[in-house]
Write a protein that binds this ligand. Structure first.
Ligand SMILES: [Zn+2]
Length: 312
């Protein structure tokens, strides 16, 4: 499988302040680990800035303009709940969303393959008109809507295994039968959404909350018995992954007890699923993961599986 890594140095310019969990070191650690010999065949591309048209499919014009004006000349300012911005934050956000659109273009192009977007700020908490939880633009939703508009993809699924529920993605997908959102996450935990009874206006949402003590057995069981069968039934033409690695046992923001092997396992399962329905087309997008060393190890495990995923 041809696997492309999309990232951009501008994403390092988002610096929400000393001690903030979403620190520039996260991507620096990921890039460093992906320099290892295992990844010599990884295709590497820079993610361009997103276009206004691409952004407006998920976010109304007034919200986009508010974000574009939000970066301070110096220091850190607060844009909304849990959202601090620095002088480089807007450029980072533009390249994060743009990288996902470019990854969509790549995997839906002539050469079948998959892609991983090493970007920040993350996106899955961002709603159409509201930044939340370290997220400015909903990168994966912008990418999904780009796949539909620019490539005519009719059935797009997002699997979100970040430890937090992706309230923003769920809300943007809620009434749309062509978009499916599935999530495993710790509950109770921020942002408080993602209960099992939240099923989407078109029956197109699947939430599989995990108790704070859960680890590999509970995660793998719910994936095998509930989430993967639901994704199979949806038969996505494009599979997208909100790849947050903060369900790792050593992550400072949550309590789940997953390990690198669990992320490799779920990636292999999703690779098989994409081969069955989507010609192997996967766009995976970094969300959370706040222990940089563990984040890098989990990302390496994830990308290694993407590189050996079947074409379909
Ligand atoms: Zn998270």
């Amino acid at each position: 499988m041809n696997t492309v890594l999309f990232t951009h140095p501008a994403c390092d310019g988002h610096d929400p302040g000393t001690g903030h969990p979403d620190c520039p070191e996260r991507l620096i650690a990921i890039r460093r680990v992906l320099e290892a010999e295992d990844f010599v065949y990884l295709d590497r591309q820079e993610g361009p800035a997103v276009t206004a048209d691409q952004l407006h499919r998920a976010h109304p014009r007034d919200y986009v303009e508010r974000v574009l004006r939000a970066a301070p000349r110096r220091g850190v300012e607060t844009l909304g709940p849990d959202m601090a911005v620095s002088p480089g934050s807007v450029q980072a956000a533009l390249h994060a969303a743009g990288a996902v659109c470019a990854a969509v273009d790549e995997v839906l192009g002539d050469r079948p393959g998959n892609a991983f977007c090493a970007v920040r700020p993350p996106g899955h908490h961002a709603e159409a008109r509201r930044s939340r939880g370290f997220c400015l633009f909903n990168n994966i939703a912008v990418g999904a809507l780009h796949a539909r508009s620019a490539h005519g993809v009719r059935r797009i699924a997002v699997m979100d295994f970040d430890v937090h529920h992706g309230n923003g993605t769920q809300r943007l997908f809620w009434d749309d039968p062509g978009l499916f959102y599935a999530s495993t996450h710790q509950s109770p935990l921020y942002p408080g959404t993602g209960l099992a009874q939240e099923r989407g206006g078109a029956g197109n949402v699947l939430n599989a909350p995990l108790a704070p003590t859960a680890g590999s057995p509970e995660f793998r069981q719910v994936m095998q018995e509930t989430v993967l069968p639901a994704l199979d039934r949806f038969e996505p033409e494009l599979l997208m992954i909100s790849a947050g690695f903060d369900a790792h046992a050593l992550d400072p923001l949550a309590c789940l007890n997953l390990h690198e092997g669990d992320f490799a396992w779920v990636t292999a399962k999703l690779g098989d699923l994409a081969a069955r329905h989507a010609g192997g087309r996967i766009v995976s997008v970094l969300e959370g993961g706040y222990n940089p060393q563990m984040l890098a190890a989990c990302t390496a495990a994830h990308v290694r599986e993407l590189m050996v995923a079947p074409v379909g």
